[in-house]
Design a protein around this ligand. Structure first.
Ligand SMILES: Nc1nc2c(ncn2[C@@H]2O[C@H](COP(=O)(O)OP(=O)(O)OP(=O)(O)O)[C@@H](O)[C@H]2O)c(=O)[nH]1
Ligand SMILES: [Mg+2]
Length: 359
């Protein structure tokens, strides 16, 4: 491998799943988020086949983004077809088993003696749930989906096509949705903070983001020219809805949170809390099952050895991850430093070459 490649910063890996009823604007949102035509739009069914129920199809797609000099290897998992069927149980199951399969894969990888260097961690760090802009309240299906998936993934609720509601309707709709989420005790990702531990700025930022929940999303793959500047917007006969204008939608705040300020927190929660809970549940379940089948005292001793080994492995894994992260951060800082030095050199060169420069 050439030295240059070996030293290259790998970037941060992040996975987002988008779930929601058909036509809530998921594809448009993903393409707006990545500023590209990453996902194709659904070809509308012909009248002969429109009534046929199609199962859910889960498709991960990889894309690389550059966020202020930091490379994000982003995986988007779209789930077309959710909520299209009369009975959505199969869709729930399929999404759930996709999430758990990624946990099982990492569990298997972590217990291998020799690690597979090509192994890709596909755990989903955030699930954006698109609520249709009905202006009413959550539907039973929305509640059920968020309630069931929240223990396995960071669920972030969003209202799709939010520009179809007036500001007053949107405010009331958001309020009703949050009341439902509180009432049903759905553990969505609510930008947690610790008033004792966190600094003032973090607390303020998290409070603001929490107050925006569920995010009002507007997407557009079109650009219009405003005063010579290309602006991403939806064009209506009565005016423009600008995607990146915080007065028009919460898109910028949502994007900034998931791909910037809260990326690390979402990853840490997935890996240290959600995955750990799954792992513990799975491990204790398999112990219980083997105990139920036949009891041998030596099994108990073996199990405690297995648990100890597992704990040790986990500790080693944590240290390794910490080292990788620290290495990564150092590389990023070096990159930023050399970019700043470069900018300074350019500035100096420009200053010295000015005709009126005193130098
Ligand atoms: N008003 C409005 N319309 C939107 C918005 N985003 C997308 N649309 C439109 O809504 C329709 C469906 O958008 P898609 O992005 O294809 O929705 P989807 O959720 O991916 O739909 P399926 O893949 O068919 O399940 C298209 O006509 C989009 O142009 C939005 O923010 N506001
Ligand atoms: Mg789509």
């Amino acid at each position: 491998m050439p030295i240059g490649r070996r030293n290259k910063v790998k970037g941060v890996q992040f996975t987002i799943m988008v779930v929601g009823a058909s036509g809530t604007g998921r594809t448009t949102f993903v393409n707006t988020l990545c500023d590209s035509n990453l996902l194709p739009h659904k070809v509308c069914d012909s009248p002969e086949t429109a009534h046929q129920e199609e199962g859910i199809r889960i498709r991960p797609v990889d894309v690389e983004l550059d966020e202020d000099g930091i490379r994000i290897a982003l995986t988007i998992v779209d789930t077309p077809g959710f909520g299209d069927n009369i009975n959505n149980e199969a869709s729930f199951q399929e999404i759930m088993s996709y999430l758990e399969r990624q946990y099982d894969d990492i569990l298997a990888e972590q217990s291998r003696i020799r690690r597979n260097p090509r192994f890709k961690d596909n755990r989903v760090h955030a699930l954006l749930y698109f609520i249709p802009p009905t202006g009413h309240a959550l539907r039973e299906m929305d509640i059920e989906l968020m309630r069931r998936l929240s223990p396995r993934v960071n669920v972030i609720p969003a209202i799709g096509k939010a520009d179809t509601l007036t500001p007053r309707e949107l405010k009331a709709f958001k309020q009703r949705i949050m009341e439902d989420i509180d009432h049903y005790d759905i553990p969505i990702y609510n930008f947690p903070y610790d008033p004792e531990e966190d600094d003032e700025e973090t607390i303020q930022d998290n409070m603001e983001l929490r107050a925006l929940l569920p995010f009002a999303v507007v997407g557009s793959e079109e650009e219009v020219d405003i005063d010579g500047e290309p602006v991403r917007a939806r064009v209506y006969p009565w005016g423009l809805v600008e995607v990146d204008n915080p007065r028009h939608s919460d898109f910028v705040r949502l994007r900034g949170a998931i791909l910037g300020s809260h990326l690390g927190d979402l990853k840490a929660l997935t890996e240290d809390v959600l995955y750990e809970t799954y792992r513990t549940e799975k491990l204790s379940k398999s112990i219980n099952e083997s105990q139920e089948s036949e009891f041998h005292p030596e099994d108990l001793a073996n199990q405690s050895v297995i648990i100890k080994e597992e704990q040790l492995r986990k500790e080693q894994e944590r240290i390794r991850e910490y080292e990788v992260r620290a290495q990564h951060e150092i590389s990023l800082m070096k990159q930023q430093l050399s970019a700043k030095e470069e900018a300074l050199r350019t500035l100096e060169a420009r200053t010295f070459s000015q005709p009126g420069s005193p130098y």
